[in-house]
Design a protein around this ligand. Sequence first.
Ligand code: ATP
Ligand code: MG
Length: 424
Amino acid sequence: MQGSTTRAIQAIRGMHDILPERVILWQTLEDRARAVLESYGYREIRTPLVEVTDLFKRSIGEVTDIVEKEMYSFADRSGDHLSLRPEGTASCVRAAIEHGLLSTPQRLWYRGPMFRHERPQKGRYRQFHQIGVEVFGLAGPDIDQEVVLLTRRLWESLGLGSLRLEINSLGESDERAAYRRELVSYLEGNPERLDEDSRRRLRTNPLRVLDSKHPDLQAVIAGAPHITDYLGRESRAHFDRFRAGLDAAGVGYAVNPRLVRGLDYYNRTVFEWITDDLGAQGTVCAGGRYDTLVAQLGGRPTPAVGFAMGLERLVSLVEAEAPPPDQGVDAYLIAVGDGPQAQVLVVAETLRNTLPGLRLICHCGGGSFKSQFKKADRSGARYALVLGEDELARGVIGVKPLRGEGEQSEVAPDELGTFFATRA
Ligand code: ATP
Ligand code: MG
């Protein structure tokens, strides 16, 4: 409509663009994580972002925050009930069963966006990203130890020093049942100190009360009985060996008997890496063992352990503790005159052929030397490369340092490699 201004469309609340200035942080994190994961022999798996809703109900649990109130669920055009994935484990298990991956142990990892309709705040978004690991077919505490060591190596490679490890054991289902009875009677003795959610969960899923972030509940949670007092002999031995393994590897940790995690599928080992530098949303990595989930989703009984880390929170930490140096372009190539302008993209291709690592912007759109040179300077490049009629005729390229690094010079295209190498 003439005269009216068109309102620009904005991104959905809680879902964020990652702009080029910040992508370096993400790439650093993703590249280091991939390198560490590959060095332990983990293989990447990619699954769809959308799954049938039942997959998440059957795995995460009906009476959890995620399934009760956080999923993006919808009926598609065929009337199928689908959800955007709120986490990665359920999909990995589904895929592993569906493709028969479970006959031998599997060390898998995944990355990508997850979706939860939570109240957006710092460190809590509606689209967020995780890198996660799932190991299938290994039952012992040694693999629990390995996944923790792997995360420690990643923090080291990122230069992160503020993370501390909390661990717990949730035992097996009969042990949890005995504990649940004690917990319920304790909480029932303190009804006035519970909020409405917790009073409801007392009947449906009392362990979830311990996972509540509600400040008013923290005192009653602090006085609750400890699940570690209800572990049977084997669960106790598994936990002790896990702890001994961490001790042997010099990994510091604290046992937090109230650490229960927000998803129903965990048993035995659970752990979280936490920082105090990010405010309320301090857990950057969380995981544990889930030995019954595969069978629960229709696969042959297969022990499993895994974790997921929240990349937004980790990116904030990397930015605060060990930001990587900004990687600008090396050179900005400009061309003055008709001959050079007709040739410049071809010259740029030759430079890229001879210098595969070169980060080179080739000016497009013509213009005077002055205006092109200004653009070269603004690009942040270390050098302006100049191709004029004279340079073209003599088969050289003018090199002008833009950041006060030495003199102006002329270089033959096949000598540019040595030129940049000696000035790196
Ligand atoms: P929280 O207790 O913070 O809600 P959670 O127990 O729901 O976390 P998990 O499902 O175990 O988290 O996910 C693993 C990690 O993914 C978390 O430790 C966190 O770093 C990250 N994460 C979870 N939910 C969000 C979110 N809404 N926004 C950003 N990161 C998230
Ligand atoms: Mg949550």
